[in-house]
Each structure stands twice: as structure tokens, then as C-alpha cells.
Design a binder for this molecule. Structure first.
Ligand code: BEZ
Ligand code: FE
Length: 297
């Protein structure tokens, strides 16, 4: 029974227009998408002008996107969609008490071609500028372990990236050396990785495009809490994409892209006797073996 005053057969007709040769999962997703979008339009009695404003926003996002900027993803991020999909995909991992490391969104600033560096090397290749705040240096180290056996994983790859103190990732900023504040590290015979980095600082997501326009229209700020991105991989284990967040950050409870999880909040502590860094962070990563359900069951 329909509870609206519009053509009761219209949505079924659109869904049923799909032919026989459709991938079943794609059919399910498209049918559901069409039903939800039509319900949204009917419930809100969407006008042609309002629909066209949405079309223009999508077009603008496409026109702004290139190899260095993924505005479509950013629009999804500010309405929480990437974080929700991450939560759905990795729900079990987040529920267990003795849990593997929780996941978090990839975000639009990942680069697949990041170079390997040696353990103990600094990823700070371009010093932050005085006017942007010179940044505090930190030594980050940790062990990658098997979530079930707790044994160290030798030769795991830990990839990290972070924004500089001016709020920009290197591909957004011509003044930063290529691959500044990025690196891939291989764990040693004890499963350990280590590198020098900046204590991360909060930054606004790019707000000069459609995502920024949406944020302003929703009366929201664009800031993300200070974080470091991590991807950890090892043969025979599920790849982990996550972010770790500085407990002292003022935006921890109101991330503009809704990515913070309690278990990913970390404490930078004072480091003594190292002229290269006044802070340190120990962060272990627990990977789930392939074929094991994420909650270890
Ligand atoms: C990031 O963490 O790099 C990010 C995530 C979502 C939107 C913009 C930036
Ligand atoms: Fe980021």
C-alpha cells in the first residue's frame, strides 16, 4: 500500500526496467538506490529547482576532481558516507573486546606510489615553515602482530601519511618536496617499525568546492582532528586501513568527516635524550589472519 499521492506504479516500473543480464548484486544495489531516491523525492516533495541544484553540485564535484583532488569522495565524507561504509565493512572488528586494530577511512590523500624508507628514517623531508608553526617532531614506533597468536609479523609493510602544519598534504602544496610526510616501512626481525614524523595538527578539509559549500549550508566547520594515516599489510593477513588521533586535539569529538573511534586515540609522550625528537608514540598494530572472521571467532 502506498501512502503518497503520486503514481503508485512509477518506482516499480523504473526498477523493473532492468533487463535479465544484470549482475545480482548490482541489481540489488540499483533497485534499492532507486527506491530510496524516489522515496526521498516524494517525502520531501522535491522541486525541479532543488533537484537541479543537486545535479549542479555533482557536476561541480566532477569538474573539480583530478589526480590530486577527489571532490566526489570529499562530498561523501562530509555527509558521513565513507565513515559509515567503513563501519559497516568492519563492524565485527570494532565490536570485539580484545579486538584487532580498528579501521578508519582512507580519505582522498592516499598515494599508491609512496616510496619505501628505512626504519628510523624521518618522513619530514620539507621542514614546516615558521609562519605555519614549525611543528613538533615525534619518534613513532611499534610492532605489527598477529591478532590471534600475538606473534610479531616480520616483513609487514606499514605505510603512513600525514598533513604538514599548514594543513596541506604534499600533493596539495607546491612548496613541499614530493612524498614529504609519507613513507612505507618494512617491519624488522622483531616485527617492529620506526620513523620520525611530525606531531599531527588539525586541518580543514578543502572547502573551496561543493563539499565546502555543503558544510557552510549545514552550518558546520571543515576541521579534522590531528591524525596520522596508516595502512598495514602482510601476506596471509587482511589489509588494515586506519588513522590514529591525538588525544589532545580539540576536534576529536566533532571531526568533519566522522572518522574518530575511541580505540584509535593515542597519547604522544615526552622523549628524552634524542636531539631529533622531543615526543614519542608507541603504536602496535594487530592484523587479522585471512580466513578468520574479524572478531576472532
Ligand atoms: C583525510 O584524512 O586525509 C581526509 C579524509 C576525508 C576527507 C578529507 C581528508
Ligand atoms: Fe588526513
Amino acid at each position: 500500500m502506498t501512502s503518497h499521492r503520486f503514481d503508485p506504479n512509477f518506482t516499480d516500473n523504473v526498477v523493473n526496467a532492468m533487463g535479465e543480464n544484470v549482475n545480482p548484486r548490482f541489481r540489488q544495489l540499483m533497485a534499492s538506490l532507486i527506491r530510496h531516491v524516489h522515496d526521498f523525492a516524494r517525502e520531501n516533495e522535491l522541486t525541479v529547482d532543488e533537484w537541479m541544484a543537486g545535479v549542479q553540485l555533482m557536476n561541480w564535484a566532477g569538474q573539480m576532481s583530478d589526480a590530486k583532488r577527489n571532490e566526489g569522495q570529499l562530498v561523501c565524507d562530509v555527509i558521513g558516507l565513507e565513515s559509515l561504509v567503513d563501519e559497516i565493512t568492519f563492524k565485527l572488528a570494532d565490536e570485539a573486546t580484545d579486538a584487532p586494530t580498528a579501521t578508519a577511512i582512507l580519505g582522498p590523500f592516499f598515494r599508491a606510489d609512496t616510496p619505501f624508507r628505512s626504519n628510523g628514517e624521518s618522513i619530514v623531508k620539507t621542514a614546516p615553515k615558521e609562519k605555519d608553526g614549525r611543528g613538533e617532531l615525534a619518534y613513532m614506533t611499534g610492532q605489527v602482530v598477529d591478532f590471534v597468536t600475538k606473534k610479531p609479523l616480520v616483513g609487514a609493510v606499514v605505510e603512513v601519511w600525514q598533513a604538514s602544519t599548514n594543513g596541506l598534504y604534499e600533493q596539495q602544496d607546491p612548496d613541499q618536496e614530493e612524498f614529504n610526510l609519507r613513507g612505507k616501512f618494512k617491519t624488522d626481525e622483531n616485527g617492529k617499525y620506526s620513523f620520525y614524523c611530525l606531531r599531527p595538527t588539525p586541518y580543514p578539509v578543502p572547502d573551496d568546492g561543493p563539499a565546502g559549500k555543503l558544510l557552510k549550508m549545514m552550518d558546520r566547520h571543515p576541521f579534522r582532528p590531528a591524525h596520522i594515516h596508516i595502512i598495514a599489510t602482510h601476506n596471509g593477513y587482511k589489509p588494515l586501513t586506519t588513522q590514529i588521533f591525538d588525544r589532545k586535539d580539540p576536534y576529536l569529538t566533532n571531526d568533519s568527516v566522522f572518522a574518530v573511534k575511541d580505540s584509535l586515540v593515542v597519547d604522544f609522550v615526552e622523549r628524552k635524550g634524542d636531539p631529533q625528537a622531543g615526543l614519542e608514540l608507541n603504536y602496535d598494530v594487530r592484523l587479522v589472519p585471512d580466513g578468520l572472521k574479524s572478531n576472532g571467532a
